[in-house]
Design a protein around this ligand. Structure first.
Ligand code: LMR
Length: 390
């Protein structure tokens, strides 16, 4: 059995965490995995989350099973935050999942039910997307989404890929804060995508993992709403890892939007079937925390304010880094208009090895930098080290 198994390389982002941890240089800098860090370089538990945990500790009276669909209160409170008023109807339903990854996996499972369906993925994308869709045997078609040299979205290539998709194909879209590029899609382009989705009968699958860390909590899903309103059927995978800083609690949800309550109930039943067959039920704690934050106006406000200050710290780092890097390479001025934790710098794997070995600056081989990994006083040093390689 074991000898016949294929060799598996560790996930590069997770391997980078270990490599960074084993580096004993005091000045090392981690721009790798997508985790928010504050001005002191820490990933604290949010105050709203702590308050909710305290409340749960006092009031929770059972750890009995909930079920493969998870906590319905969490799902419905989260739906109010992710969708706009007119969308939260009987034609929308969802399940709680262990993080956004499991939401994507359940989505992949129901999409793969039709052998003829492909999913269209813009490159580059989050490294795990391909593995999630390939594992369930879904056909994957790619198009070039972004050019690191010009820092521009290849809008024409994206739209013509969608034009060549066939009715019933799925298209993967990042709701905001594109991972790994940070590239934002304009309202005009979202409308063009919506028009193609409606005309061709495509199924949008949104990965909504960074809501609140881009332009604003509501603004970060406006483009997604434009497309969802035009779509006949759609899926939205939500992660609470970043928006609530709940990473290790594995908290997320998968939603289906359809034409009738019967259809979305069938979608949810299929999510629950696949959940039961793989992890049985999602872990309760993170979802209970999120529900406790969202159900109380005071805690919700505290959380929204904390999220706003995280967003403005990332924006400050983004502005400072752009000012310095664009002196070395003018097209990097575009980094200032990007959003979320990431940008993708035009660096080679050799450049990245050099940054790690000589300067103790860690990032994945793609050249993706997690801006939230930088403290303001490190921006100058990091810009100089990167600038010499551009
Ligand atoms: C990332 O892209 O760094 C995050 O989404 C963490 C992960 O699981 O890869």
């Amino acid at each position: 059995l074991l000898a016949a198994l294929p060799d598996q390389k560790p996930d590069p982002l997770l391997a980078l965490i270990k490599k960074f941890a084993s580096d004993d240089r005091p000045g090392k800098i981690d721009l790798g995995v997508g985790v928010y860090r504050n001005a002191e370089g820490k990933t604290p538990v949010m105050a709203a989350v702590k308050s909710a945990e305290h409340h749960l500790w006092e009031t929770q009276d059972s750890k009995s099973y909930i079920g493969p669909e998870g906590d319905p209160t969490f799902v419905s409170l989260l739906a109010q935050e992710v969708f706009c008023d007119g969308m939260v109807t009987e034609n929308l339903a969802g399940v709680q999942t262990p993080g956004g990854t499991a939401a994507l996996r359940l989505s992949a499972e129901i999409l793969a039910h039709d052998n003829d369906r492909s999913i269209w993925i813009g490159t580059p994308t989050w490294a795990n997307h391909n593995a999630i869709f390939a594992t369930v045997g879904l056909g994957i078609k790619t198009y070039r989404f972004f050019d690191p040299q010009t820092q521009a979205v290849r809008v024409d290539e994206m739209l013509s890929a969608f034009e060549s998709a066939k009715c019933g194909d799925a298209i993967l879209l990042h709701a905001s804060c594109h991972n790994p590029t940070g590239a934002a899609i304009s309202a005009e382009v979202w409308s063009a995508i919506a028009e193609i989705v409606a005309r061709k009968g495509l199924i949008p699958l949104f990965d909504n993992a960074y809501q609140g860390l881009g332009r604003g909590f509501a603004q970060d899903v406006e483009g997604m709403h434009t497309v969802l309103k035009a779509a006949d059927e759609a899926i939205v995978a939500v992660s609470c890892s970043k928006s609530f800083s709940l990473y290790r609690e594995r908290t997320g949800a998968a939603f289906v939007l359809g034409n009738s309550a019967t259809d979305v109930a069938r979608g949810v039943a299929n999510f629950a079937y696949h959940a039961r067959a793989s992890y049985s039920m999602p872990p309760a704690h993170g979802a209970a925390v999120v529900a406790t934050v969202l159900a109380d106006a005071g805690r919700r406000k505290l959380w929204i304010d904390e999220l706003a200050s995280m967003r403005s710290r990332i924006f400050e780092i983004r502005t400072e880094l752009t000012n310095r890097l664009s002196a070395y390479m003018p097209q990097l001025a575009a980094v200032a208009d990007q959003e979320g934790m990431f940008s993708l710098l035009p660096l080679t794997p050799e450049n990245i090895t050099h940054l790690r070995e000589v300067h103790g600056i860690y990032m994945p081989d793609s050249g993706r930098v997690n801006l939230a990994g930088l403290r303001i006083e490190q921006v100058d040093q990091v810009s100089r080290a990167i600038g010499q390689l551009l």
